[in-house]
Design a protein around this ligand. Structure first.
Ligand code: NAP
Length: 474
């Protein structure tokens, strides 16, 4: 049974209250973490401040620790993957994939630690700069607070912690209350890898108490948040951190043009719509399908959907498991029913087949104002919408408050370029699904999908500030 204390200043600290972590598939107890008291938040910030000021943390050491963490994670890959599955309900094959990605994230971050550099400025380009030498360096910014969601409990934590450490900052992490054990395991591994005490601290507790207290601390140089638009909007208004990165949700669109190869598109739509029960920020929610191939696609897609295995996420052949909690089940059932009442047609699924297990669901005949279209579904549900004109498809895809990744399948070069330039999203994925992500690419949203970019070189740079230095030689 896992049982972790708060991780502050390199020590595991116990308090009176514990948080139970349960498997969302069968409600079995997976472990405990210590519930932080409100004072622990300030304590963690003070410890992080002290570590940042006093720790000697040159680039080679930061890179070594990040690489060593990756090595240790490789040794424990299977155990960490099981832990992700047990606390989040993610199917084991995808949890293994998440650990592998986490290892890559660490290795990319190690490279960034070694690459951080400034450049010289041509001072004599200005008359008053004559006889001056000028250059800048990239400096760490200080204490970074990281608040993370439950759906990628390892890799999304690493997308904050690894670049923060690469840049030489100290970090306080508040992971999602549903999935704190993977974060605690990471702290254990990083300590073993030689991370100096206080440079990485982990506190647990609800967002509305512990998270709220953390974001209001005036010592924070930066808050980096991944989660819902609702919480992100609140943080934007309330945080006292000097910088803010928000990685929020979306209702990602995939446009499939007449020239696309349906045999290639169908399997991608299965994974993109249903992996992790659709609880992925770039899950496919809206498929805009050219009317000439609409029926053919729908037939093949429905056949493929009927073969998707839903069940116990620890089984190797399971494609996806449960929704995270009862509230998510109630919400999604309501949205589906509402869409049906307003004229939508359920082509597949639409029913719960077990506790928190929703059948893969395909909906047609939707209207743009239905919540299954315009709000973030975050469930194994996808809507298929016909279009006749490619420009119309782009307009429909852009008719959203969100803009994270958008996917386009087309063999028409003009349309590919049109999509690349006109789609409103942080990432445009041509001839692949919007769910495509590798960890070094710039990743983040436009519109209500967020501000700032993750991806190791981008996040590391955002976690530094420029110090300019000039010598007067005159
Ligand atoms: P969430 O409800 O917004 O929670 C995210 C984190 O914020 C959790 O740690 C939560 O703590 C904390 N929190 C909640 N209220 C807070 C407050 N008032 N002050 C400070 N912290 C607070 O999101 P989620 O359900 O965990 O994750 C799903 C969402 O994340 C979806 O919208 C998804 O699209 C988005 N997401 C985005 C990306 C991306 O990269 N763009 C990636 C993954 C997920 P508790 O757990 O204690 O509530």
């Amino acid at each position: 049974m896992y049982d972790y204390g708060l991780f502050i200043g390199g020590k595991w600290i116990e308090r009176e209250r514990k948080i139970e972590v349960r498997n969302p598939y069968n409600d079995e107890l997976v472990g405990y973490v210590t519930q932080a008291e409100e004072d622990d938040v300030d304590k963690a910030v003070d410890v992080a401040e002290e570590a940042f000021k006093t720790c000697s943390f040159p680039a080679y050491r930061r890179a070594n620790i990040l690489s060593k963490t990756a090595d240790l994670m490789e040794e424990d890959l299977q155990e960490i993957a099981c832990l992700i599955t047990l606390e989040s309900g993610k199917a084991i094959k995808y949890s293994i994939g998440e650990v592998k990605r986490g290892i890559e994230t660490l290795r990319f971050a190690a490279v960034e630690a070694l690459k951080l550099h400034g450049e010289t400025i041509p001072m004599d380009a200005s008359q008053s700069g004559e006889n001056h030498i000028g250059f800048y360096m990239r400096m760490p910014i200080g204490i970074i607070a990281a608040i993370t969601p439950w759906n990628f409990p390892l890799n999304l934590v690493l997308h904050k912690v690894a670049p923060a450490i690469a840049a030489g900052n100290s970090v306080i992490l508040k992971p999602a209350t549903a999935t704190p054990l993977t974060a605690a395991k990471l702290a254990e591994i990083m300590k073993k890898a030689g991370l100096p005490d206080g440079m990485f601290n982990v506190i647990y507790g609800s967002g509305s108490t512990i998270g709220k207290k953390l974001i209001k601390n005036e010592k924070l140089a930066m808050l980096t948040f991944t989660g819902s638009l609702q919480v992100g909007s609140y943080l934007k208004e309330e945080t006292k951190a000097k910088r803010l990165t928000l990685e929020l949700g979306s209702n990602s669109a995939l446009i499939v043009d007449r020239s696309a190869n349906i045999e290639k598109v169908v399997p991608k739509c299965i994974v993109g719509s249903f992996a992790n029960a659709g609880q992925v920020c770039i899950s496919i929610q809206r498929i805009y399908m050219h009317e000439d191939i609409f029926d053919e696609f729908l037939d093949s897609f429905k056949q493929a959907v009927s073969k998707v295995k839903v069940g116990n996420p620890i089984d190797e052949d399971t494609e996806y498991g449960p929704l995270i909690d009862d509230a998510a089940c109630i919400r999604i059932e309501e949205w589906i029913n509402e869409a049906v009442q307003e004229g939508a047609k359920i082509e597949a699924g639409g029913k719960f087949i077990g506790k928190k297990l929703l059948n893969p669901t395909v909906i047609t005949n939707t209207k743009p104002e239905m919540r299954v279209i315009c709000e973030e579904l975050f469930a194994p549900v996808v809507c298929v919408i016909p279009f006749s004109d490619f420009d119309e498809a782009i307009d429909m895809a852009n008719n959203s408050i969100y803009g994270l990744n958008a996917g386009v399948y087309t063999n028409d070069l003009q349309n590919a370029w049109k999509a690349a330039l006109k789609l409103e999203a942080g990432g445009i994925i041509i001839n692949d699904y919007p769910t495509f992500r590798v960890d070094q690419m710039p990743y983040g949203g436009v519109k209500s999908s967020g501000v700032g970019r993750e991806g190791l070189s981008f996040a590391t740079e955002e976690m530094t500030e420029i110090k300019f230095i000039t010598f007067n030689l005159g």
